[in-house]
Design a protein around this ligand. Structure first.
Ligand code: SAM
Length: 386
């Protein structure tokens, strides 16, 4: 069933499907092929249904950046803050999206504070609250955007849901291993200084540690406890993990060896910072030779790559059914190069007419989907030059 709020004025009804290969678009007439990069032009609802025939349970990652239901956007919908209608539109699509996800698949959805809570309830209904992985806070701007109230809303959200949360493990981020050095040629390898005391512990963990050279006694700082049992002191002094100074008045050193780390990765943080909305505009402008960004507020590729990197493996299928300028495809193209993997992306974008007087129109584009197609082509050209 079509969305009751879709305004089809000036939008072509016919869907056009393309394979993007070797920098060229080639029309697809029959079945949509697997393991290909696909650009599907038209309303995402019937297209998602078409995809079900060939791509059911295929997508490892879906990223979407739907219209935010605010007045500012250039939208196909009557964007009148009628949450119910907006949610109906999302519901129809998310139900199909769930069926398109693989068993270990994850859907990331960008959204701002206006609809995040409603959208979360909708996701809970469709995906089940047990499959809510978390919401990412994306610190996306540094300049306040609401001068009237003097309240700076400088973040957005990315809701993360799994098809089946038991099947999802994020890769996490690399720990900062540069802190581990070996200035004393310790045979146990690179190390960094560890904190020997802890905020909590048992009373008998306040024992004195005696420096074998100076006989000085060390106690944990006031209110704290040693982070190890008394038996460890001799053992670690012998192995070199605990180093006592030969001069009175100096502290001992507890070494934390790189080899002791259980993992070189730390968990994927629910806060993303250092990537700004303005970066997205800047890179789109750059891709169009500095002429201008043909679409307002594209997401930065770095943001999408941060998400994709957490899960994407060679030959994974990635879907974005609100493609806009095609940032997700660009992020996939960049990641393929950086990680030496192959990703199969599928972008869906409606041929929404560009707004009169907009930068897109000045640059000669008639529809947003024309912008998507051109951006993907350019992203591929840039990548093949690297
Ligand atoms: C917020 S923008 C996405 C921006 C994108 N993430 C980027 O970085 O450029 C949402 C896009 O969804 C498109 N859209 C809205 N309704 C659609 C529909 N029913 N089918 C396909 N695309 C749609 C709009 O034309 C708009 O370009």
């Amino acid at each position: 069933m079509d969305s009751p709020i879709l305004d089809r004025t000036n939008i072509a009804d016919k869907n056009s499907y393309f394979i993007f290969n070797e920098g060229k678009y080639q029309a697809v007439n029959g079945e949509l092929p697997l393991r290909q990069n696909l650009f599907l032009e038209g309303d995402n609802l019937p297209i998602l249904n078409d995809l079900l025939a060939t791509h059911k349970e295929i997508f490892r990652i879906i990223y979407i950046d739907p219209p935010y239901n605010t007045r500012n956007y250039l939208l196909t919908y009557h964007d009148n803050r009628k949450s119910k209608l907006w949610l109906e539109m999302m519901k129809d699509r998310l139900k199909i999206a769930r069926d398109l996800l693989s068993e270990n698949g994850v859907i990331f959805t960008s959204i701002d504070s206006s609809e995040v809570w409603n959208l979360k309830l909708l996701f809970d209904e469709i995906f089940g609250s047990e499959n809510f992985l978390g919401e990412i806070i994306w610190h996306n701007r540094t300049t306040p955007n609401d001068a009237k109230s003097n309240f700076a809303c400088d973040h957005e959200y990315i809701l993360c849901y799994a098809k089946n949360s038991n099947q999802v493990v994020f890769k996490g981020n690399q720990k900062d291993l540069d802190k581990y050095k070996n200035p004393d040629n310790d045979p146990n390898g690179p190390w960094m200084i560890d904190n020997p005391s802890a905020a909590s512990g048992q009373e008998n963990y306040k024992f004195p540690i005696v420096n074998p050279f100076t006989k000085q006694e060390y106690f944990p700082p006031k209110g704290r406890y040693w982070a190890f049992a008394p038996a460890r002191v001799e053992q670690w002094a012998l192995s070199g993990k605990l180093v006592f100074p030969k001069m009175l008045g100096k502290k001992f050193i507890l070494k934390k060896y790189l080899s002791e780390l259980k993992s070189h990765h730390k968990a994927f943080s629910s806060v993303i910072s250092g990537i700004l909305t303005s970066h997205g505009t800047k890179e789109l402008k750059q891709l169009f030779d500095g002429e201008g960004a043909p679409l307002k507020f594209p997401k930065p590729t770095a943001l999408i790559k941060t998400l994709l990197e957490q899960l994407a493996e060679n030959e994974d299928h990635i879907l974005d059914f609100f493609a806009g300028s095609g940032t997700t495809a660009d992020a996939c193209i960049q990641l393929e190069k950086e990680k030496n993997i192959k990703l199969n992306w599928v972008m869906i974008q409606i041929p929404e007419p560009v707004r009169a007087g907009s930068q897109g129109e000045i640059m000669g584009f008639k529809t947003v989907s024309e912008i998507t197609k051109e951006r993907i082509k350019r992203a591929y050209e840039v990548s093949s030059l690297k």
